[in-house]
Design a protein around this ligand. Structure first.
Ligand code: UTP
Length: 289
């Protein structure tokens, strides 16, 4: 059973400067909710309530967000503004949050290895909060947890990308064993389009078995001199221990401006303009199960 979800959130977010000079990228809001809160809601909806966050310098706002602000609570007590805090209050009640710091930015693989002390010897999920996902049914992590229960190995979420964009992603290749489920044979980090083995790109959701920590510790730095999670997963894939999940839903790359604006428009249109209830608030999502 998977209980823990790791959020690597130590990156500098340079593509959003100057907004990210003193504020973490993960706190950028899509309409009125920070990216990382959407991520934690997705984890909780998948049954994961132990939230481990890898932070760095200048990321204190994340810890403050997942804590009670007594002055604010007092100020808005009894007003209709309380509704706006319903979801975050629920998360604070339901989850246990723990933090560790990555002192040097040596890549996503290194950030995950830094989280080992918070995770221990058990399978865990990883969410990159700047990949913002919306689904009409189960969240992406819930879809992946269901696959983990069947296969008991590492799971990566994938989507098709235009060939010209393969150099921005980890790319997998393998055999489709069921519609939307691929047994991964190998994967490669950011290949040029002409070298890419497919156009199936890994997005920011993973379930990892704990042997990944030993692999991360043993591999040399890869692309850009960083410890790459894709290189570690490739070793597991060659042992037949990685399955890719072609998830149902939409993903917006909120690590770059265009994706962030698209996500904002999507949520604003769907939620506010049409007066509908999609995407569902956390409360509605949980009560519909
Ligand atoms: P990105 O590649 O988006 O890097 O990292 P970044 O620093 O956040 O953003 P840019 O490219 O400078 O604009 C993907 C994820 O991995 C985390 C980031 O916080 C982000 O969630 N990460 C990356 C770390 O935690 N540590 C690292 O050393 C690198």
């Amino acid at each position: 059973m998977i209980r823990k979800c790791l959020f690597p959130a130590a990156g500098y977010g340079t593509r959003f400067l100057p907004a990210t000079k003193a504020m973490p990228k993960e706190m950028l809001p899509i309409v009125n909710k920070p990216l990382i809160q959407y991520g934690v809601e997705e984890a909780v909806a998948a049954g994961l309530s132990q939230i481990a966050i890898v932070t760095g310098r200048g990321k204190r706002a994340i810890e403050d967000h997942f804590d009670i602000n007594y002055e604010l609570e007092h100020q808005i007590s009894g007003s209709d503004k309380e509704l706006l805090l319903e979801d975050i209050r629920y998360l604070i009640e339901q989850c246990v949050f723990s933090y560790t710091r990555q002192t040097e930015m040596k890549g996503l693989g290194h950030a995950i290895l830094t989280g080992q002390s918070l995770i221990g010897p058990e399978p865990f999920a990883v969410v990159l909060a700047d990949d913002f996902c919306v689904t009409s049914g189960d969240g992406v992590l819930a879809q992946m947890v269901a696959l983990y229960e069947q296969h008991q190995c590492s799971i990566v979420a994938i989507e098709e990308v235009p060939r010209a964009q393969t150099a921005s992603y980890g790319i997998v290749c393998g055999e489709e064993i069921k519609p939307g489920v691929i047994k991964v044979a190998s994967m490669v980090e950011k290949p040029e389009p002409e070298e890419a083995p497919s156009n199936l790109a890994i997005i920011g959701r993973y379930i990892l078995t704990p042997d990944i920590f030993d692999i991360l510790e043993s591999i040399p730095p890869g692309r850009n001199g960083e410890i790459q999670i894709t290189d570690a997963l490739d070793i597991q894939a060659q042992q037949g221990k990685v399955v890719a999940c072609h998830f149902k839903g939409l993903r917006f790359d909120c690590g770059q401006i265009e994706g962030f604006v698209d996500a904002t428009q999507h949520v604003y249109k769907a939620y506010y303009e049409q007066g509908g209830n999609y995407p569902l608030s956390l409360m509605e999502k949980l009560s519909s199960h």
